[in-house]
Design a binder for this molecule. Sequence first.
Ligand code: C2E
Ligand code: CA
Ligand code: CA
Length: 668
Amino acid sequence: MPMSSRLHDHLARAYVAAMIAAGACLLVVLLAHQGGYVTEYAPPAIMALAIGVVFGEVFPVKLGPDKGEVAPSTTFAFALLLTAGVSIAVLAQAIACLVADVRDGKPAVRTAFNAAQYTVALWLASLVLAAAGHTSLPAHFGVSDIAVLGLAGLVFFVFNAAAVTTAVALHSGIPLRSVINSDLTFHAGTEAILLGLAPLAVLALDYSPALLPLVVLPLLAINRAGKHAVLNERLALHDTLTDLPNRVLFRDRASLAITAGERHGRGVSLMLIDLDRFKEINDALGHHVGDEVLRNVAARMRSTLREVDTVARLGGDEFAVLLDAGSGDPGLVAEKLRVAVSRPMEVRGIPLLVGASIGIASSPDDGDDVETLMQRADVAMYQAKTSEDGVRAYAIDRDDSSVARLTMAAALRRAIDDDAIEVHFQPQFDARTGTVSGVEALARWQHDGDWIAPDEFIPVAEQTGLIVPLTDRVLQVTARELARWLASGVEITAAVNLSARSLIRGSLPDRVAEICRSWDIPPQALILEITETMVAADPRTTVDVIERLAALGTPIAIDDFGTGLSSLEVLRSLPLSMLKLDRGFVTGMGGDVRDQAIIASTIALGHRLGLRVVAEGVETAEVRAQLSLMGCDTIQGFLLGEPAPAGEIARLHARCAAEASDARRHSA
Ligand code: C2E
Ligand code: CA
Ligand code: CA
């Protein structure tokens, strides 16, 4: 049953007051009875330890990221306990608390509470020592003394931990159980090290007070390790160029924000920001200038946003923003960001202009997990690239079928997650020899027992961003099958259809290279099909990605050639290896002289440009014969083979090869 916050306040105050009173009384009594111990140590030695206590409190040791700090005063306070008795130890510790807290400007109550808590803890530890007969000094350590010291340390630690966690629990109203977190064992370990150093300090002192500074060395080592851990974590979670959070930290913060938002009934907005013209600047003016531009852009975005918002660099020229619920309309913020980024800048004396395209997705409407929101912000960003104002919020087509589309999108996502998207392969034939020279990979999806046509689910995948994992899946399966074919002597190529979404992904070339490497297939055997419309959407980015893909050695085919608007421009500007005549021209060409003229000229054009020409949609023997006469290199269509599971391709390949060699024998 939750207690009222008023009651909590009262309890917390009473608890703190009781601790302070108990500590103060104890301190007075202990100081009055100083002399329980008879110390042999000279005042300078005692003084040295007392200074150690103060220093230890003022210079806490860093333990690592999110692990906080620990005061090594414990080492010296325990050493004092062993050498000078409890009253000197508590006095030194109380002074140390005072000095440290005054320096940090902590409220007096905190200081009093800390000092009181240490006083009681040290006193309890001294009781353990006294019970074991350590009432006079010098304390010469034997093995049994180590156990006694350990017990005293344990009492000290448990009391301290309990006192602090109780205070925190009472103050915040959080149940005690949750306050005692998993870090407890870690802190106990550190505390054990600090306590273990106390007898070493005493031994050093026995020998000469001048050796005391040696005890500080292990503490410095702990401190250094802690600082390193903090630094490493910073490096792991931040982008070194801009010092902004990186993708990992961004996702982490976003998922925390979504969960917190759900609890408070508030939405969270994610933005993906892609710079326009950055590539150009980077290529033309060099990486130094490019880096400087990214740093400028990062600073501008940072200063446009509120402190509570997160801006991260995801890589390349891609940034992301996590907008706090209180930061206002995401559309307006996006506009402000765009204005800030597009202001003219001067780098190394060169005046420059960069733009930005921003896609927005918000929970809970567009999704309730980071993955979905990122994907949808990405889709919106892609739309923003072709829009007038460069900002788009995610919106699935608001047409009649939008519910059906949403349902399909959800089912498709599951199918992709479950690897339920299958890949069929349609054979392609060498027009001269009639052998199988390649295949085209085509995605297949069976949902609730029905096959859904790619023309239905591919557009949904495009619109929801699911096309990116889908393409990846098709690439993987194709590479796997291709590796098998090649290994069994079936020398063919395999073509995969890319999507416009994948083509504005700067990461696609690396992914393709990785897939080729992991399946050990030559990149020349993996053909990538693109269309003119994909390039038209964002020529600059796509051309760059296509050039990098071609540089890997993967042949690029232009698909559905002739259906776009800029066919000739595409032929001129892209590193193509292949041209696929659209089946709209091919299927009916038998009786249409104009189609025949277009196809004959396109084949000639392709050949003049050094491209292989593939005709798809070949359904009749007549069309096949015409294409052969026109010099078409490769033919694909229902006449020769429909898309089929991978297993059938090897059989078909063997059969065609046998037929071809038969035919050669007969003609010879
Ligand atoms: P596409 O790339 O032009 O693929 C060829 C389509 O033509 C396939 O349809 C194939 O089955 C069909 N086809 C083959 N021969 C004939 C024929 O003789 N006559 C006729 N009428 N059709 C023939 P499918 O598999 O339904 O794919 C339709 C479209 O869906 C593809 O057109 C492609 O744009 C897209 N698609 C399919 N799989 C993928 C994929 O894995 N990724 C991407 N991005 N798109 C895909
Ligand atoms: Ca295709
Ligand atoms: Ca096609």
